[in-house]
Design a binder for this molecule. Structure first.
Ligand code: ADP
Ligand code: ASP
Ligand code: MG
Length: 871
């Protein structure tokens, strides 16, 4: 203990050169009446290690101090970033008798020397460097002693590690002074007096500290003070620290001593997030937290704030603001008493849960036995045994049967605790009154925090159902009567998944949809581009959050865990695409447990893809498609699909199968659901055939018009695919089935416009070459029609009354709506019981990538509104 006498007591021998901060600690009677100008005119700032990590950053901090227009400022500063770790490492090396501690000390010296050279000049620089060298020499001597003893006392450790703060405070105050501001630096060991407690914590002595502060201020009156964070003294003037991350606590104590207007804690994030942003990318900044909420968040592992920071400021109602030094435009998080508004006003709409935090490396201990029930003193005996080994109990849970008591302790303490309990309860265990003291290692704690959880029913139900959905087993649960916090213990390997699952349950909008796009061709690609352009507006204005988690073609697929960047989806498929695998694709899009809804969008024309719809719907995946294959395929499969859709809350939308973006299916549904009776649906359903017959008039030849349509890109590569009428027939079947008819495609007579002899012709080109030979037949039909004041139109008809569908070339009077058509428009006429004399007509462009993708997109939004999106 010889060293304790030499360095431990705060005598001027320890810091002869830091004379500004050294004082005689016995109270001078003449100063008793000195009044510190406390109150609102003080603002307290705390700059964390990252804020003062380099000389540039220290200059930036000085700038912020100068710009604060408060009348009086007290600035608490941490050691340069990573410095405290480096100092602890010196001690660890020395006590492990690792010689490299010497070079490690030199690295500490060098870092500060270079920073000072950058920041200071003249006398300031000379005096700082001389103090630095002196301190480093002392540290070396202490480390040498530790090296010899092979052990570091807490006192030595505290003295050594506290130097980081001493140096950063001195440098910062000199830089502020250089800017022309009168600024003093404070060695807080002269002012802050704390009593060590057993659990690696210290309790501030506010009365003593206040007296010392008054005295310090009398000797160093200044409107700007830069004080060391982290360090303090015991009542016996022995240097100590506020323990790891304690500078936040220092700032709060200072705030309370000065009765400051506000304590601003500057760090490297925009404020307190709803969860650790390193673990949950979706975490959001919380604008306001109550003291209680902030305390719970920090206690349960949100290391943005030291948990003990709250108490000193809370008693005076001093707000704490957490701000990002690297993003001054962010307003930060305000921690204060909840305003009346918060409970009454707009916050009512918000989630009752504010945030989530986790503690890793904990173990559960379960003390179990029938002999515990009704026996007073068991819990006290358990916890006094735990206290005796100095372990910290993080949470406790006891079921009311009193059959078992379960609690969590840091993993590193569990062995000692278990041993203490075994020996304390030896007799009870032997006698069978206790059955076991069991240890569950490798656990994590997940805490859910929010003051408004109190008296809001259903919060824990949502929480547990989110965990259940993510298939996470809960080992223990605790909820205090304050209801500000629900704590669960899970296996460590489940912790991040658990955190993400509960976070998304409370923070993602109910209308967040994980989407998988199948077939990124012309239509799928256009849809992706439309989603890209509209996503931000939907999220902002309608709270609809669409995330494309996967895109798959027939050969390649692109998967993402959080949503594909749609501004680059084409490049990303090339860069990061993997071999397409439908099973893996679906599992990926649906398999994440964080997004509440999944929708697969089939933009192919593939019957194989369509054959999966039933299985997807059964899994709870919503399906949206312009692909006609499922609804016009075998009747029994169609009926199965529709039956499933009706039974479940899973949706199947296919507006774009008929008339692209035109509201045809939805119009028909609307009529049926409101009790109208459909008599007949008749329409021009093919954009290609619409174009051809709108232009086939007078002396024009049919083959010439088909060629023109082909060249304008209106037809399929092989125009026979359009002229055969099959595509129109599929649409007729879809509408017929939607109207309640049980028809098969094969039951629908289709008049093909491909002349019989040309149906087997090998290539499209050959077909086009030979088509003119057959012009004569259609020319005659046209002539007859025109002579009668009529036009030719290729139509699909659903004759509901006679339960029939058909596709054929028909003649219409020149004043019929179908005769007025131009371009490639579709037109559909619904004749119903209500619309009997004048049919209800829907008309407009019914083909093309933009309108088809638009139709699919509007189905996606229909889905979102079914899921509860605001209108
Ligand atoms: P400083 O050195 O400024 O005191 P800390 O590293 O002690 O900084 O605390 C800030 C860090 O806390 C952030 O960088 C962030 O990674 C982490 N953190 C953990 N949980 C949260 C949370 N809920 N909100 C904000 N930051 C958090
Ligand atoms: N420098 C100390 C630490 O790293 C205190 C702090 O920065 O809050 O623990
Ligand atoms: Mg910190």
């Amino acid at each position: 203990m010889g060293y304790v006498c030499q360095w431990g007591r705060r005598k001027s021998s320890y810091t002869p050169l830091i004379s500004a901060s050294v004082m005689d600690v016995s109270l001078d009677k003449s100063m008793e009446k000195v009044q510190l100008p406390k109150g609102d005119n003080w603002s307290v700032h705390k700059f964390g290690g990252t804020c003062v990590g380099t000389s540039e950053r220290i200059k930036n901090v000085a700038e912020i101090i100068v710009k604060d227009d408060s009348e009086r400022k007290l600035v608490v500063v941490s050691a340069m970033s990573k410095m405290t770790d480096m100092m602890y490492d010196l001690i660890y090396k020395a006590q492990s008798r690792d010689d490299s501690y010497i070079s490690a000390v030199d690295a500490v010296l060098e870092k500060h020397r270079l920073t000072a050279l950058d920041l200071l000049d003249g006398d300031d620089l000379a005096s700082f460097l001389s103090r630095l060298h002196h301190d480093i020499n002392e540290i070396k001597e202490m480390l040498r002693a530790i090296y010899i003893a092979g052990h570091a006392s807490e006192l030595f450790s505290d003295i050594i590690v506290g130097h980081g703060e001493l140096w950063s405070a001195q440098m910062l105050s000199s830089v502020v002074r250089k800017k022309g501001i009168d600024c003093k630096w404070m060695d807080t060991r002269d002012v802050l007096i704390v009593n060590p407690t057993s659990a690696n914590q210290v309790d501030p002595d506010f009365v003593e500290s206040e007296m010392r502060l008054e005295k310090w201020f009398f000797q160093n009156p200044s409107k700007t003070i830069v004080a060391t964070g982290f360090i303090a003294s015991t009542p016996q003037n022995i240097p100590t620290t506020l323990k790891r991350d304690g500078s936040d606590f220092s700032a709060a104590i200072m705030g309370a001593l000065f009765r400051a207007r506000q304590v601003t804690i500057w760090t490297d994030v925009d404020g307190v997030y709803s969860a650790d942003p390193r673990k949950v990318t979706e975490a959001v900044i919380l604008n306001q937290l109550s003291y209680q909420e902030a305390w719970e968040m920090s206690y349960f592992g949100a290391n943005v704030l030291h948990p003990r920071t709250i108490i000193p400021v809370m008693q005076y109602g001093i707000p704490i603001v957490i701000r990002n030094i690297f993003n001054l435009s962010a307003p930060g998080t305000m921690i204060c008493r909840p305003s009346v508004d918060e409970n009454e006003g707009n916050q009512r709409l918000e989630s009752p849960v504010k945030g989530f935090a986790t503690i890793d490396n904990v173990a559960l201990i379960n003390v179990e036995g029938t002999g515990m029930a009704g026996v007073p003193g068991t819990a006290s005996a358990i916890f006094s045994a735990v206290k005796d080994v100095g372990a910290n109990v993080i949470m406790i849970s006891q079921a009311s049967s009193e059959h078992s008591v379960c609690f969590a302790v840091p993993e590193k303490e569990v062995e000692a605790v278990a041993e203490a309990l075994q020996s304390r309860f030896r007799q009870a265990l032997d006698a069978g009154r206790l059955s076991q003291v069991a240890v569950v290692p490798n656990c994590s704690i997940l805490a859910t925090v929010g003051q408004r959880m109190a008296s809001t029913p259903g919060v824990s139900a949502s929480l547990f159902s989110a965990l259940a959905k993510a298939n996470i087993n809960i080992r223990a649960i605790a909820q205090g009567c304050s209801e500000y916090n629900i704590t669960v213990v899970v296996k460590r390997e489940d912790c991040i998944r658990a955190l993400k699952a509960v976070h998304s349950r409370f923070y993602l909008s109910r209308t967040t949809i994980a989407m998988g796009i199948i077939g990124p061709g012309l239509i799928g690609g256009t849809l992706l581009d439309q989603l890209r352009d509209q996503a931000a507006v939907l999220k902002e204005d309608f709270n609809i959050d669409l995330r494309v988690m996967g895109i798959t073609g027939s050969r390649t697929m692109l998967l993402s865990d959080s949503g594909i960047d749609l501004s680059r989806w084409r490049e990303l498929i090339k860069e990061k695409g993997e071999v397409g695998d439908m099973h893996k694709f679906v599992n990926h899009v649906h398999g994440n447990h964080f997004i509440p809804n999944t929708a697969l969008v089939d933009c192919t024309a593939d019957s194989n893809v369509a054959s999966h719809y039933h299985e997807w719907l059964r899994k709870g995946i919503h399906v949206i498609t312009p692909n006609k294959k499922a609804n016009s395929g075998p009747l029994d499969q169609y009926l199965k699909l529709r039956a499933l859709q009706r039974q479940s809350y899973t949706h199947y939308f296919y507006e774009a199968t008929v008339g692209a973006g035109l509201p045809i299916i939805s119009t028909l549904r609307g009529l049926l659901e409101t009790g109208d009776k459909i008599l007949r649906i008749e329409g021009i359903f093919s954009g290609t055939l619409s174009y051809i017959f709108n232009n086939f008039k007078g002396t024009r030849r049919f083959s010439e018009v088909v060629m023109e349509a082909k060249q304008a890109g209106y037809t399929e590569p092989d125009p026979r695919d359009d002229l055969s009428g099959t595509d129109v027939a599929r649409k007729v079947i879809i509408l017929a089935r939607e109207s309640g008819l049980k028809l098969e495609l094969a039951d629908t007579p289709v008049q093909s416009l491909v002349p019989e002899p040309l149906r087997a012709t090998a290539s499209a080109d050959e077909f086009m070459q030979q088509l003119p030979q057959y012009d004569i037949d259609l020319a005659k039909q046209l002539q007859d029609a025109e002579d009668a004041g009529e036009v030719l139109r290729y139509v699909g008809v659903v004759d509901v009354v006679n339960k029939k569908g058909l596709v054929e070339l028909r003649r219409y009077k020149n004043d019929h709506p179908f005769a007025q058509l131009s371009g490639s428009d579709n037109i559909i006429a619904f004749t119903t019981a209500r619309y009997k004399n004048q049919p209800l007509i829907v008309r407009g462009p019914g083909a093309g990538a933009q309108v088809t993708a638009g139709g699919i997109f509007s189905d996606v939004l229909r889905l979102a509104s079914y899921l509860g999106a605001p209108s």
